[in-house]
Write a protein that binds this ligand. Structure first.
Ligand code: SF4
Length: 262
């Protein structure tokens, strides 16, 4: 391992041991190199999986099993049913770059004594044009938009950056791949949340029991997302992130634990 040109790769390989998971990829030592497959296929036999070469992983990561485009490569919808062999550490790096671009470098950077983390407020302060509006989100709305956009149903990167009122994600809640600053999808979603906030408000005073029904309906809709909705389209009311945001807005209205209607 001495003389490794890439310290991030060196450090990552050193902690693989008998096997490790990077988001949805299970990596194991394999005949002096490494084997990769979807973590849900970790106990599948080799013959049941399609042997895929490293160059083909890029195409594999581009779309879901339903052939929808994956704008966020850390979304928890990586296709299953494949395996790949990397003959050495360099090939492993190449394979992981196809599946999770930037993940190794970010993972390594997050372990430095002063990780290069940019908070929501710092990043928003630098926005101009269309995204300048992200500067004026009240703290509570910025936190709600972050909870909604970065939910583990949509992204497995572990958020290390913060917004007032929110602590960073735990590894167990996401994965070891860190998120060091708000991504373009988050900024677009924050912009959408602020635009919604500026719209005229309808008078609506539901009973607590009705709020519980709405929350349940949103949970069900989140578990059964409408097909064909573009993940990156924050403006689409059927976007699951929009459902998640509304859910977050309703939560404070729910009766406290033990006070639910009889
Ligand atoms: S900002 Fe949120 S959605 Fe974007 S990569 Fe980071 S954790 Fe994922």
């Amino acid at each position: 391992m001495a003389g490794f040109p890439n310290p991030a790769l060196h450090a990552f390989v050193a902690q693989i041991g008998q096997g490790c998971t990077l988001a949805q990829v299970w990596i194991t030592p394999h005949h002096g190199g490494f084997g990769l497959r979807h973590v849900a296929d970790s106990s599948a036999s080799d013959t049941d999986l399609l042997l895929t070469d490293i160059a083909a992983l890029r195409a594999l990561a581009q779309s879901t099993a339903e052939a929808d485009f994956r704008p966020n490569k850390a979304a928890p919808n990586l296709r299953r049913g494949w395996r790949c062999v990397a003959r050495d550490a360099q090939e492993l790096e190449s394979a992981l770059r196809q599946l999770y671009p930037g993940a190794l470098a970010d993972w390594y950077a997050a372990q430095s004594p002063t990780p290069p983390i940019t908070s929501y407020r710092d990043l928003a302060a630098r926005q101009t044009g269309l995204y300048r509006i992200t500067q004026i989100l009240p703290d509570a709305l910025a936190a709600q938009a972050t909870i909604a956009c970065c939910d583990s149903r949509f992204c497995l990167r572990r958020r290390l950056w913060t917004v007032p009122g929110l602590t960073p994600d735990a590894v167990e809640a996401k994965s070891v791949i860190p998120c060091l600053e708000p991504c373009s999808q988050l900024l677009d979603f924050a912009r959408c949340a602020m635009k919604l906030e500026q719209q005229p408000k309808a008078e609506f005073t539901p009973a607590e029991g009705d709020v519980a029904v709405l929350v349940n309906a949103l949970e069900i809709a989140l578990e059964n997302p409408k097909r064909g909705v573009r993940e990156g389209s924050s403006a689409d009311p059927a976007n699951p992130r929009r459902l998640r945001l509304l859910l977050e807005k309703f939560r404070p209205w729910l009766p406290a634990e033990g006070e639910a209607e009889e």
